[in-house]
Design a protein around this ligand. Structure first.
Ligand SMILES: Cc1ncc(CO)c(N)n1
Length: 228
């Protein structure tokens, strides 16, 4: 079993919980509220900005052109393609994408981004790849599962979202897994252990991100608006 197959086995309980989460079930059934979609897009716009910055840190730790090119491709994918699923949610909620940009982070999004940033600061390139991997991997599997289960046609409100993640992520995720596996082969046991921990925590935080959007999570005490 490869290192990433072993990671997938260890995280199976979390993957299953994500597939069963009411937000993901709500994508399948087309039953999410306008407010839940808006909360998700506001937070995910910021999340993907942070995610691209972490790729930037990964580039600064890269030792070959090949690695740089891979991270560069991933950044372009987020900038140019991953806007489509957000736009699908915006259209379903009846808002423009621009309206949902620049909001403060809710607690779980904050937690997830800080987790990735800590690993980016302290860890090796292999550890950074491990902390980033649950993002494409969980969405690929959600997309494939929903394609298979719902077989949406164009009348489904989340047709674009489901097709985007079900069809587009496979090659990128395979490449990502390959990079993590190669790194793990020459890593020490202690580093592999850290890679596993980072990966597992990112899976937990993927679950929490869905939960945050579903419950429209906010900080428990409202901040006071600045007096200008
Ligand atoms: C939180 C989160 N995880 C994964 C993806 C997929 O890229 C996303 N857009 N947002």
């Amino acid at each position: 079993m490869s290192f990433t197959q072993e990671l997938r086995r260890q995280s199976d309980g979390i993957f299953q919980a994500i597939f069963d989460h009411p937000f993901v079930r709500g994508i399948a059934a087309g039953t999410l509220s306008r407010e839940q979609l808006i909360h998700y897009v506001k937070q995910d716009f910021e999340y993907l900005n942070a995610y691209m910055r972490i790729y930037g840190i990964a580039i600064s730790k890269s030792t070959s052109r090949n690695e740089i090119a891979t991270f560069n491709e991933q950044i372009s994918f987020i900038l140019n393609s991953e806007i489509h699923p957000h736009q699908n949610f915006c259209a379903a909620a009846g808002v423009t994408y621009e309206e949902l940009q620049g909001y403060p982070l809710a607690p779980s999004a904050h937690h997830y981004i800080r987790h990735m940033l800590t690993v980016a600061h302290e860890g090796s390139l292999g550890e950074i790849m491990a902390v980033l991997l649950p993002c494409p991997w969980t969405y690929l599997e959600i997309g494939c599962k929903l394609l298979d289960e719902v077989k949406p046609d164009e009348s489904h409100p989340f047709y674009d979202w489901i097709y985007f993640y079900g069809n587009r992520g496979e090659e990128a995720t395979a490449k990502f897994c390959n990079g993590v596996d190669l790194w793990a082969e020459s890593a020490t046991a202690a580093e592999r252990e850290r890679m596993t921990e980072h990966f597992m925590l990112s899976c937990q935080l993927e679950y929490m991100f869905w939960d945050m959007a579903y419950k429209q999570e906010e900080w428990p005490v409202q901040m006071q608006a600045a007096v200008l």
